[in-house]
Design a protein around this ligand. Structure first.
Ligand code: PLP
Length: 376
């Protein structure tokens, strides 16, 4: 049984206020939003009010916001449409993106013969902006291209300079998608100012329900859907809407944006406290990245590879402490993490400690004490 949860970059607990907002749409208000009767209209109204809330919190028009089943679906829809119906022949991305971007790009390359270009990174995992901008300048002007770069990396927490990339894309008439799954609800987002054409988000990263995503499609671009069927989401995402999930997305975002400053300060304090304690108690611990522009709630560390460190995540789990060995989908030692493999030559064991508003210093003390005991 988990009693201490430090895996908030993988997913967060559902805020009880979000659950309260969702419950009526799982119980009494169950009308199909496409139906014309009153029950249907109640559901439709809830969806459109939620869309307005989300659009206003992320500074875009409601017509530019579409609900999907998850962040992965949003990214799949956008990259597929860029190749299938906008005629892009090139994708520029990074080798340390989430698999939603990497595997979709690879699949599109296999199916459509398009080219995928990977930009370089500095040793600490920061984007090599000179290389990325040179790539945009070289590939972009003569070929139809989409750049897909995440706002913040889910394993290292590094925050990318989206404005700089967006301006370069604009200059060279290249489309720009950003996977904002780790930043929506955690950082101020102004989609219209950010020079992005497309963005992906996911509710379960900010105390909303799992299985509910959203995508931003700038009003000047027209895309085809990934899933065909009914005309839901203005023909961009067929399938009867998950009304409760949509209401939960909007409520969770509203609460997260309202609590953002306080939550970020709290997480940053825990992160600094945790790092200082780890450093004091473990001789060989290092930061996963020396970059100082990282998410307040993500602390990435690495330990030398030994039989004990290799088992550490599992040993902590047995003590009721949950954290991740990289990202949720690449847990275990470095062998599982494409991000760590890309950045570190020598074998190491990465650990990602990710905080939220309900974590405490006492929990951090227990974590550090447990790690020390397990490695001694
Ligand atoms: N992109 C990033 C950066 C993520 O961290 C995740 C989740 O781990 C995803 C995409 C996938 O989001 P979802 O779980 O909603 O499909």
């Amino acid at each position: 049984m988990t009693s201490i949860y430090f895996d908030n970059a993988a997913t967060t607990s559902l805020d009880s206020r979000v659950l309260d907002a969702m419950l009526p749409y799982l119980k009494e208000n169950y009308g199909n939003p496409s139906a014309i009767h009153g029950a249907g209209r109640t559901s439709r109204l809830a969806i459109e009010e939620s869309r307005k809330t989300v659009a206003s919190l992320l500074s875009c028009k409601p017509a530019e916001m579409f609900f999907t089943s998850c962040g992965t679906e949003s990214t799949n829809t956008i990259l597929n449409a860029a190749i299938r119906n906008l005629g892009c022949k090139h994708i520029i991305t990074s080798p340390i993106e989430h698999h939603a971007t990497l595997l979709t790009s690879q699949k599109l390359a296999e199916e459509f013969g398009i080219e995928v270009h990977y930009c370089k990174h500095q040793e600490n995992g920061e984007l090599d902006y000179d290389d990325l901008l040179a790539l945009i300048e070289k590939v972009g002007p003569t070929n139809k291209t989409i750049v897909s770069i995440m706002h913040a990396n889910n394993e290292l927490g590094i925050i990318n300079d989206i404005d700089r990339i967006g301006q370069a894309c604009k200059k060279h008439e290249v489309l720009f998608h950003s996977d904002m799954v780790q930043t929506v609800g955690h950082m101020p987002i102004n989609l219209h100012e950010m020079a992005v054409d497309f963005a992906s988000a996911s509710a379960h990263k900010f105390h909303g329900p799992k299985g509910k995503g959203a995508m931003y499609i700038n009003g000047s671009v027209k895309l085809e859907p990934l899933i065909f069927g009914g005309g839901q989401e203005r023909n961009m995402r067929a399938g009867t809407e998950n009304v409760a999930g949509i209401v939960g997305f909007a409520k969770a975002l509203e609460l997260s944006v309202g609590d953002m400053l306080e939550e970020n300060n709290h997480c940053k304090e825990l992160k600094d406290y945790c790092w200082a304690a780890l450093k004091e108690n473990l001789k060989e611990v290092e930061l996963g990245t020396s970059c100082n522009k990282t998410l307040s709630r993500v602390l990435s560390i690495i330990l030398p590879h030994t039989p004990k460190t290799e088992m550490l995540q599992m040993s902590l789990d047995m003590k009721g402490i949950a954290l991740s060995g990289g990202s949720a989908c690449s847990s275990g030692a470095m062998g599982g993490s494409h991000v760590m493999k890309h950045l570190h030559d020598t074998a190491c064991v990465p650990l990602r400690i990710s905080f939220c508003k309900s974590n405490t210093k006492e929990e951090v003390d227990t974590l550090v004490k447990s790690i020390k005991e397990l490695l001694s």
